[in-house]
Design a binder for this molecule. Sequence first.
Ligand code: DX5
Ligand code: ZN
Length: 216
Amino acid sequence: MTQVSPSLLASDFTRLGEAVGTINRSHASMIHVDVMDGMFVPNISIGFPVISAISRVAEKPLDVHMMVTDPGRYINEVRDSGGWLMCVHYEACTHLHRDISAIHDAGMKAGVALNPATPVELLEDIIDDVDLVLLMSVNPGFGGQKFIPNTISKVKRLRQMIARRNSGAMIEIDGGVDLTTAPALIAAGADVLVAGSFVFKAPDPIGAINALSELG
Ligand code: DX5
Ligand code: ZN
């Protein structure tokens, strides 16, 4: 079964606890939390006090996607607020290997995220060290954008690299995922699908999560 990590960014923030409860009752594997700083991306979302509140009611591991410049500054904060996996952008880290090592030293799983225009081939010398690669299938910063089809080719090339290197890294896709875009992603080798609008704008969010998870 495909793993699903619903993104709270698309939920009603006046009812955040209910949104976490919805994810708790679904077949989701993780809860995707989007942190934005208004520098790396043009939007500002939520920070550590809110992540701590989410973690108090979450019954699934928190998958924290850091869309911030120099995310290595915040490793202890992510861990202390309840992060299970901390994902940092390749484009935002001057010393990616140091940051990935420090995330592991802090006791979390470590992921690296790539923007749509960043080639997967740049991961050749870090793929052995990460638990997950997040491929952005929209430009980061906002929910509800249109899926960029070139992502399918990136998933295939990354899947080949992971097989060749005998790496255990999972492939996560974030942006514009729904029942029309997911099948090709799964066929190309995606392991985890992030979905925001598709889940929280649906009349039945639990049904939407479970429908994605049952695809592959
Ligand atoms: C966008 C965020 C995504 C976002 C996805 O920058 O990283 O996690 O919530 O939203 P949808 O699924 O609506 O594209
Ligand atoms: Zn995200």
